[in-house]
Design a protein around this ligand. Structure first.
Ligand SMILES: O=P(O)(O)OC[C@@H](O)[C@@H](O)c1c[nH]c2ccccc12
Length: 268
């Protein structure tokens, strides 16, 4: 595993240990969102006229440092939703990605579309916690989990009514895919040197059965990238920085979705 991921994973294990000492799983089950029926990201992406955009709220990243450190979550997410994003992704990691404790609760309160909890899940406890927070789907990252851990955590997520996005970044992780996974995300960003290679993602996606929704993640910067990925089998596009680096991320999202739909029409 690469250095930064290793550090993050160690931090997450500490977080889980602390949280478990504060709230048992029985406590989490009492929280108000635990019983809510989740929105389906799969249906949202498959809908007619869906943009396929998974718009992310991210203040900073370990690679880039601050992107939009003072961004307010509510206006950004409301404008993403208004722009016809299909799914919203919210980072919940404080130390490396600058999330605030209140972010996810605020996100849930202002959205009526599927909400992805974006974090580094290393323990089944965090799956229960995600449901209690109001997540509709969770991210599982193959690079930090064994095949069995992915199986256990994805099965649990499904039992709790959530969907699962599994992130892979190379061929060796294809065997982490199982029948509980709904969407497979291919991280375009190489975890070793952070370079972005869409051709690598396309090659990898060809080895994934079409029964899974294929999501292209990271480094997407404009309509051309999306058009290229679309014609090569991707149905969804997870975009963070390209939106968040603007003062009004929602405007950037709306402009992009408008441009894609114009292109789609002219191709028909
Ligand atoms: O900001 P970008 O380059 O558009 O990337 C978004 C998203 O793919 C990226 O934030 C991401 C992909 N996988 C992750 C895992 C954890 C945290 C963050 C990520």
């Amino acid at each position: 595993m690469h250095d930064i991921l290793q550090t993050i994973v160690e931090q997450k294990h500490k977080e889980v240990e602390f949280l478990q000492s504060q709230y048992s799983i029985a406590d989490l089950k009492q929280q108000k969102h635990f019983q809510r029926a989740c929105y389906s990201a799969k249906s949202a992406i498959n809908k007619e006229k869906a943009s396929g955009i998974i718009a992310e709220f991210k203040r900073q990243s370990p690679k880039k440092g601050p992107i939009n450190p003072n961004a307010n979550i509510k206006p950004v997410l409301e404008s993403y939703q208004q722009a016809n994003a299909s799914v919203i992704s919210v980072l919940t990691d404080k130390y490396f990605f600058g999330a605030k404790d209140s972010d996810f609760e605020n996100a849930r309160a202002c959205l009526s579309i599927p909400l992805l909890r974006k974090d580094f899940l290393v323990h089944p406890y965090q799956v229960y916690q995600s449901k209690a927070m109001g997540a509709d789907l969770i991210l599982l990252i193959a690079a930090i989990l064994t095949i069995d851990e992915v199986k256990t955590m994805s099965q649990l997520a499904k039992e709790l009514g959530m969907e699962v996005l599994l992130e892979i970044h190379d061929e060796s992780e294809l065997n982490h895919i199982n029948s509980h996974i709904d969407l497979v995300g291919i991280n375009n960003r190489n975890l070793k040197d952070f370079s972005v290679d869409l051709n690598h993602s396309i090659k990898l996606s060809e080895q994934i059965p079409d029964s899974f929704i294929k999501v292209a993640e990271s480094g997407i910067s404009g309509t051309e990238d999306i058009q290229f990925l679309k014609t090569n089998g991707f149905q969804a596009f997870l975009i963070g920085e390209y939106f968040m680096k603007h003062e009004h991320p929602g405007q950037a999202c709306s402009d992009l979705i408008m441009q894609i739909s114009k292109k789609d029409k002219s191709c028909k």
